[in-house]
Write a protein that binds this ligand. Structure first.
Ligand code: FEO
Length: 407
């Protein structure tokens, strides 16, 4: 076998080096990249992640040098983006016995993307393990690093972490290990973190908490070098993702039955949870405008909320919206929210007011462009009382605002 690259006992790098200037997330990767896939030559042969869709056929041909493809039992997909799952359709067509191992959302997305409804899937949850005959794999869900369905895989006996995009670097290299690289990769590693992971930094802290008790000797990510000094790179992620406690949020609302107040409180709790100092104010008709204006000037993100009654706002929030035109709001985030029963016009009117100021209005388009998240909707609209599902959405919305604030 030509150029076999072993990362641990019976664990082979079987990826693809892409030395083109690859287009990626609206950037050009000047140094190219690699798509790292790993073959575990165990009693139940296992593949961890695949390669970019453009190289599927070459990837499958290359794998034949390592194993009879029909003997492959498991294909672990940590992350669904096509630079890692792209060769899955070509592989699963040859590896007819294989079961695809992924998260629940991962399975749903893979079936839709590649029409794999008739293939075998194993859904794994946080902490589940899988014996692949000679190695035990443990799975940990790492949502939003950097997409919702992601997980990481840890090989217990080898002490190897397979975190897919996490801890990656975009460099096309034939050298396997970072410590053998001709140049120090630290800057490239940090740039990758800033572009891909930093917008989701609260989740980076969650991930670090999950792997804290694992004994990790090697990190084998899906782009760039394999890392034989895991502590250095985990510490870098820890340091770069630490919360910035200097940001302030202000949540102003007028409420009719208490539902808009509940929304405000759920968001305030979550923002405090992620270290954003947050204040809420119920804005009544007799609002003290000087006090409100002083608080707005101090805040980095201002939420404006109202219930809808007869297609309009309630309480004193409209007085505040008329007044903010006189304040310099440049550099601040503005978010509209509210509870409603029928059409929820008040939220839209608040949005219109904010659009007439120099505040940065947070709408869905802005969130997609700044964070890549397309499943969180802004402005925040809640029909009647927020149920469990909506409360989770409110928490996510709060984290998105925090991510943008500290981004
Ligand atoms: Fe390397 Fe999120 O793809």
């Amino acid at each position: 076998m030509m150029n076999d690259k072993l990362i641990a006992k019976n664990s082979h790098w079987v990826g693809y080096v892409d030395d083109r200037k690859v287009p990626f997330h609206r950037l050009i990767l000047e140094k190219g990249t690699t798509y790292n896939s790993y073959f575990l030559d165990t009693e139940k042969p296992t593949i961890i992640d695949t390669v970019d869709i453009s190289f599927g056929r070459k990837f499958v041909e290359n794998l034949k040098e390592y194993t009879d493809l029909e003997k492959i039992q498991y294909i672990v997909i940590n992350h669904v983006e096509p630079d890692h799952s792209g060769a899955l359709p070509a592989l699963i067509n040859k590896a007819k016995e294989a079961t695809i191992v992924t998260t629940e959302l991962g399975a749903k997305e893979l079936k839709e993307m590649y029409k794999l409804h008739d293939k075998k899937f194993m859904i794994v949850k946080d902490g589940d393990t899988l014996d692949v005959g000679g190695k035990t794999l443990k799975f940990l869900e790492t949502p939003y690093l950097h997409t919702e369905e992601t997980m990481i895989t840890y090989a217990l006996e080898d002490k190897v972490l397979y975190p897919c995009d996490i801890f990656s670097t975009h460099i096309a290299t034939d050298e396997l290990f970072a410590d053998n690289a001709k140049e120090d990769i630290t800057e490239d590693f940090k740039v990758y973190y800033s572009l891909i992971m930093h917008p989701h930094r609260p989740y980076v802290q969650d991930m670090i908490e999950k792997i804290r008790d694992l004994e990790i000797e090697l990190i084998a990510p899906s782009h760039g070098y394999v890392l034989r000094d895991p502590k250095k790179y985990i510490d870098l992620y820890d340091e770069m993702s630490k919360a910035n406690k200097d940001k302030k949020a202000l949540i102003l609302y007028s409420t009719m039955t208490g539902n808009t107040k509940r929304i405000a409180n759920y968001m305030a709790n979550e923002l405090e949870e992620v270290d954003v100092e947050t204040e809420t104010m119920n804005i009544k008709e007799d609002v003290d405008m000087d006090e409100v204006k002083a608080k707005i000037e101090e805040a980095d993100a201002i939420f404006f909320g109202s219930s809808t009654r007869y297609a309009d706002m309630v309480g004193g929030i409209e007085k505040v919206l008329k007044e903010i035109k006189t304040i310099n709001l440049d550099g601040k985030l503005g978010i509209a929210f509210g509870s409603y029963g029928w059409s929820g016009e008040a939220v839209e009117v608040i949005k219109d007011y904010l659009a007439e100021t120099d505040i940065k209005l947070v709408d869905s388009s802005y969130v997609i462009k700044t964070t890549g998240m397309d499943d969180i909707k802004f402005p925040i609209r809640v029909k009647f009382n927020p149920d469990e599902e909506k409360i989770e959405e409110l928490k996510l919305s709060s984290r998105v605002i925090k991510d943008i604030l500290v981004g």
